[in-house]
Design a protein around this ligand. Structure first.
Ligand code: NDP
Length: 557
């Protein structure tokens, strides 16, 4: 469970201050204790202890000294090589080859599914307490290796160090959260009522049991948490697994595969394959050998997977976590300082490449000019550059395609609206070798423009004045998406916002992020409408159950 004693610890009772108190320097032990008590979440990451920086820098130096190695796929516990390979290059600097990975194909998908099928009987029949123990060990290993994960995540995705460490820390939390739910429900074995018959003794038991072979396909932007979360739930529930990461982020996911292997999972329980979505991914979604799938990624690919998967012999569970076009509403009664901080963090954190990014803002007219000038000022102060460097907030966008999209969207927006700040790619100095884009705020875009509804997935946010809260809520809900939403206004107004907003994760008056920054156990994460298929949020009460089907066992004696 995410709530640890360190977080909830009550403040000690205040002692009377001695008259001549001597100011003492904190000892090394005290500093270390303080650092250990710190719990990194997306809400606390803005002010981490010094130790986090020292340890990150050490891990980064170690990681950078060992770039360019070749990594296999892991199928049935063995390292598997393909005939072709691909290079994993950093978006920070195109010349940095982080690693060389296997371009797996159809036959590797089949091998991995066969290995998972073979491993299923043993893994699913293992007592649930043993599975929980192994998965907890994997979570602990991720925690122990967190700085190595952070360095790789920063180099591979272009996350700043806080975001990178957050992604890894969240992964361990998500795995533990599923373990906690299985324990809390005692393996989901529930005795039911006895039939009201006198001559027979009838025992009824409800059990949640695993489906079989599960496929997880993850996106590039949270390669750690969006792999570890579904993988942790599927495995602890008793399924075996085939995992395919995004082509841009195979290394991070390989680290998860290694943590699971080192935690002692039997061969074949977790299989890691790499290669293009269009070939190896396609085979995974077309195969009749798959009993369930979790896909996190774009709406278009997700819907294609949904339709393809539905072409099987019968309906199988399909958990889709898709895109977002997340609104924020600011009323005339809002605290504008909080709104500014929250909106800028959520619009531009990870370069706007979060499914939860705040990509549109509706502001009541009386405070529109004031908030807009605050937002422009705060945005112009954001630091951009190599995100592994301490203090840098924005890194590069993920690849050439996103870089090109940014230039095209900026051009289109400058013609139909007004770019208040940003709108240009950055090519000076070392940034010339990466995909760096300015954080961009746009005003005066007609509300009928297509980019109010299209997920750009870039550091671009559009702003519009509205006449009333009613109008703002109507516009906020007027998309196919329903992932996250933010609000700044009075206490009374927040009730209306929560009641009317169509989104799975909603925040009011939050400076830590208007629409981003969910954490397992605090803000379970999932979407409504076109943003998600299950209606149950990851890192929440109802998630691990999605990976099991119910069986009633009636025994008459
Ligand atoms: P994509 O949809 O492009 O890709 C996601 C994954 O699908 C990748 O592993 C990709 O592999 C794979 N894939 C692509 N085509 C196929 C196919 N035909 N069959 C099987 N797999 C395939 O998304 P991005 O990686 O660009 O991620 C960004 C998107 O993810 C955004 O829309 C964002 O909103 C969404 N997202 C949603 C979240 C949520 O919780 N709701 C969280 C995070 C992101 P390859 O890379 O090899 O093409």
């Amino acid at each position: 469970m995410a709530t640890r004693k360190t977080v909830r610890k009550k403040a000690p009772a205040r002692k009377a201050t001695p008259k001549k108190a001597v100011a003492r320097k904190p000892t090394a032990r005290k500093t270390a204790k303080k650092a250990a008590a710190f719990k990194l979440t997306y809400a606390t990451m803005f002010n981490p202890p010094e130790e986090m920086h020292t340890r990150f820098d050490a891990a980064l130096a170690k990681t950078k000294a060992a770039l360019g190695k070749e990594y296999g796929m892991i199928i049935d516990g063995k390292e598997v090589r393909a005939a072709e390979r691909f290079e994993d290059r950093s978006p920070i600097h195109r010349d940095w080859v982080l690693g060389v990975f296997q371009k797996g194909g159809v036959e590797h998908a089949r091998q991995a599914l066969a290995a998972a099928r073979k491993a299923f009987p043993r893994w699913s029949r293992m007592p649930w307490k043993d599975r929980v123990r192994m998965m907890r060990k994997a979570a602990d290993l991720i925690d122990q290796r967190i700085y190595d994960f952070g360095a790789v995540l920063s180099l591979e995705v272009g996350k700043n160090r806080n975001e990178a460490l957050g992604d890894a820390a969240e992964t361990a939390e998500l795995i533990r959260y599923s373990c906690d739910r299985v324990e809390e429900h005692k393996g989901f074995v529930v005795p039911m009522g006895k039939d009201p018959i006198t001559r027979f003794n009838i025992r009824n038991v409800s059990m949640l049991r695993p489906y079989g072979v599960w496929v997880v396909i993850s996106p590039f932007n949270f390669p750690c948490a969006l792999t570890g979360g579904p993988v942790g739930a599927a495995l602890v529930a008793g399924n075996t697994l085939v995992m395919k990461p995004a082509t841009n982020t195979p290394w991070t996911v390989r680290l998860i595969a290694e943590a699971l292997r080192d935690a002692g999972l039997p061969d074949g329980v977790f299989n890691y394959v790499t290669g293009p979505g269009s070939t190896i991914g396609q085979e995974l979604i077309e195969s009749p050998e798959v009993d369930g799938i979790t896909f996190t990624g774009s709406f278009d690919v997700g819907m294609k997977i949904y339709r393809t998967f539905a072409g099987g012999r019968y309906a199988r569970p399909t958990i889709l976590e898709l895109g977002g076009k997340n609104p924020c509403v600011v009323t005339r009664k809002a605290d504008l300082e909080r709104a500014t901080l929250g909106i800028v963090r959520s619009a531009f954190g990870l370069q706007g490449q979060k499914c939860s990014a705040n990509s549109r803002v509706y502001i009541e007219r009386p405070v529109y000019d004031q908030l807009v000038s605050r937002l422009v000022e705060a945005t112009s102060k954001l630091t951009i550059g190599d995100p592994t460097v301490r203090g840098v907030f924005l890194g590069p966008v993920i690849n050439e395609d996103s870089y090109r999209d940014y230039k095209q969207f900026s051009e289109e927006l400058s013609q139909s609206g007004k770019i208040l700040t940003g709108g240009k790619v950055l090519t000076e100095g070392a940034m010339a070798k990466g995909f760096f884009c300015q954080p961009t705020l746009v005003a005066d875009l007609p509300l009928s423009h297509r980019l109010w509804k299209h997920e750009m997935f870039l550091p671009i946010t559009t702003l519009a004045p509205v006449e009333s809260l009613d109008e703002a809520m109507k516009l906020a809900n007027d998309t196919n998406y329903g992932l996250t939403a933010g609000f700044y206004g009075s206490r009374e107004e927040t009730d209306r916002f929560f009641d009317q907003i169509q989104a799975g994760v909603t925040y009011a008056n939050r400076p830590q992020g208007s629409t981003t920054g969910a954490w397992p156990g605090y803000q379970p994460f999932g979407g409504w409408k076109g943003s998600g298929s299950s209606g149950k949020n990851a890192g929440g009460h109802y998630y691990v159950q999605l990976y099991m089907h119910e069986q009633i066992q009636t025994l008459v004696s």
